[in-house]
Design a protein around this ligand. Structure first.
Ligand code: OOB
Length: 549
């Protein structure tokens, strides 16, 4: 019997009538990532596709290097359909690496550079990954010892490939070279890659996206964002996140025959210099970074005049800040409300300023079906808040091997319940009001309260823990952990709790910003109240106290 966790991801199942409609309407074009790159190389050949540090790759360079890598992957013994964990920062090699995987029919599983042992082991196990590719280092962090730890914990991850200098028992990416190995025919309706979910409950889930559905989403996004072959997209957020990857992001930019410039970090000092040097026309940021850029722009010595569009998404951009984008940066704001599971909404570049400032846009596709429902599942009138449910030509119908989560997150008609509370305005524009679920949106990073609580409960002095989001002027939301200590336990300080969380080898963005020790959690007459209610009560009483002080 095949182990379901280790079998290839099944093709996504859309009902045949919908699949037929998406094909007939031309959304699903029957083109794989590999086909796309071959077409782009034929059309744009020597034009520069990617700039990262001192590396400049033309479309043809990209295809040549990706084909070489594809042969190299298969020569290691990997089979089409196998998963490969990818943890690559904003460097040019990201592109030959992932297009190499696509051309070989292999399935990237995207981790972020901030992920550490705990997350990577989880992704490796859940996906059944057989290989891992990383950069040797990023700033002060060396990924090579981490790679060895992953292989030790999950021996199925046999091949460790390193961009840069490989460690002992590791393979340099440059050693994956062209050979006579034939590259497979890749089915465009098959799963192309697994993206990481923001983690609403517990650990992150894996999101299977097909070539057909993803190509549609970024090609159409490129059109909506006005990309032409003359555009230059600055990737300032981590490239493996769905927003800079596909909305329209780096892939939408390449599909338009335009140029991707990778910024090693999103700090104004780094990004502004690149905007000037590369004549960047469009970029995407999360709200806290947009605030930072607006603060820095008036005094910068760099010429930012090439910038035409600033996209902001990943978390709510409040209207007061949105209204300052045009006067401060002299460019058009595009709000982006998307999710790695699929649906992406944009304000259109020619929308009235009032729509651009006050809404999070409308869906990409005429066939994105969006329902706004009350707690009983009935549609609410236009302008009233309700739960967002959606399905469409690029929204998944289920997570990879997660029957229980799929029960919770998808309704009978195959609609994805995002957990967002939205209002729909005339014209289909959505305004995000808040969230029903229990995750924290910290500067665009989604953190599951439950996951952080589980780590805190492992501390010897912790009796119980409840993790909540607290509104934060800069981050949007910050992580606050309420902790009840065990009786008689030696009381740790907040700093010790944070250090403990780090010792669990998780991404730094999951470490609580604030730790509050309390003597007990409220219980009701009937016993323990639900975690959701407990978190809501703690948040409310914290905010009340905060207002008083
Ligand atoms: C993007 O994707 P994820 O998967 O990291 O997070 C999705 C969630 C949404 O369900 C929503 O709760 C929140 O992030 N969100 C926003 C927002 N954009 C995303 N909340 C309010 N306003 C916005 N503009 O974050 C993502 C994926 C593709 C494009 C853009 C963002």
């Amino acid at each position: 019997m095949t182990d379901p966790l280790h079998s290839a991801p099944p093709a996504q199942i859309w009902p045949s009538d919908l699949a037929l409609r998406y094909r007939e309407r031309g959304y699903w074009r029957g083109e794989s990532f590999g086909d796309l790159l071959r077409r782009l190389a034929a059309e744009h050949g020597t034009r520069i596709a990617v700039v990262g540090g001192t590396t400049r790759l033309s479309y043809q360079d990209l295809l040549d290097q990706a084909e070489a890598a594809a042969c190299g992957w298969l020569d290691l013994g990997l089979q089409p359909g196998d998963r490969v964990l990818v943890q690559i920062p904003n460097i040019a090699e990201f592109f030959p690496a992932v297009f190499g995987l696509f051309l070989a029919g292999l399935v990237p599983v995207y981790a972020l550079p901030a992920h550490r042992r705990t997350e990577l082991v989880h992704f490796a196990r859940r996906s059944g990954a057989k290989a891992l590719i990383q950069a040797d280092r990023l700033d002060a962090f060396d990924y090579r010892p981490l790679a060895c730890e992953i292989r030790e914990a999950v021996p199925e991850v046999r091949h460790l490939v390193v961009i840069g200098e490989a460690g002992a028992g590791q393979i340099p990416f440059s050693a994956l070279t062209r050979s006579a190995t034939p590259l497979p025919q890749v089915d465009p309706s098959a799963v192309a890659f697994l993206q990481i979910s923001g983690g609403t409950t517990g650990l992150s889930k894996l999101i299977p996206r097909t070539h057909d559905d993803y190509l549609y989403s970024f090609i159409e996004s490129a059109r909506i964002s006005g990309l032409t072959p003359g555009s230059v997209y600055l990737c300032a957020l981590p490239v493996a996140h769905n927003f800079p990857m596909s909305s329209p992001g780096v892939f939408g930019t390449l599909a338009a025959g335009a140029r991707v410039v990778l910024s090693p970090n999103p700090a104004p000092a780094t990004a502004f210099a690149l905007i000037e040097a590369e004549k960047v026309t469009i970029t995407g940021l999360v709200p806290p970074l947009a605030l930072l850029w607006m603060q820095a722009a008036p005094t910068t010595t760099h010429d930012l005049s090439s910038l035409e569009v600033l996209q902001v998404g990943g978390a709510k951009f409040i209207p007061e800040a949105a209204a300052r984008v045009r006067p401060t940066l002299n460019c058009t704001l595009q709000q982006v409300f998307g999710m790695a599971e699929g649906l992406v909404n944009y304000t259109r570049l020619d929308d009235p300023e009032e729509i651009i400032i006050n809404t999070q846009g409308r869906p990409i596709s005429p066939d994105d079906e969006v329902l706004v429902l009350d707690d009983e599942g009935n549609p609410v009138p236009e302008g009233e808040p309700g739960h967002l449910h959606t399905r469409g030509p690029y929204t998944i119908r289920g997570y990879h091997n997660e029957p229980a989560a799929n029960q919770r997150s998808f309704s009978e008609g195959g609609y994805y319940r995002s957990g967002d509370i939205v209002k729909r305005l005339p014209g289909g524009y959505l305004v995000v009001q808040g969230r029903a679920g229990d995750h924290i949106n910290r500067a665009g990073e989604k953190i599951s309260a439950e996951e952080v609580e589980d780590h805190l409960l492992a501390h010897a002095a912790v009796f119980d823990a409840a993790v909540v989001s607290i509104p934060d002027a800069f981050l949007g939301e910050r992580i606050c952990a309420f902790i009840v200590l065990k009786q008689g336990a030696e009381a740790p300080r907040a700093a010790a709790i944070k250090a403990f969380m780090r010792s669990r080898q998780v991404a730094e963005f999951k470490v609580p910003d604030q730790v509050v020790f309390v003597t007990e959690f409220a219980t009701t007459a009937v016993g323990k109240i639900s975690r959701n209610k407990l978190r809501a009560d703690l948040r409310a009483s914290f905010l009340k106290e905060d207002q008083k002080s």
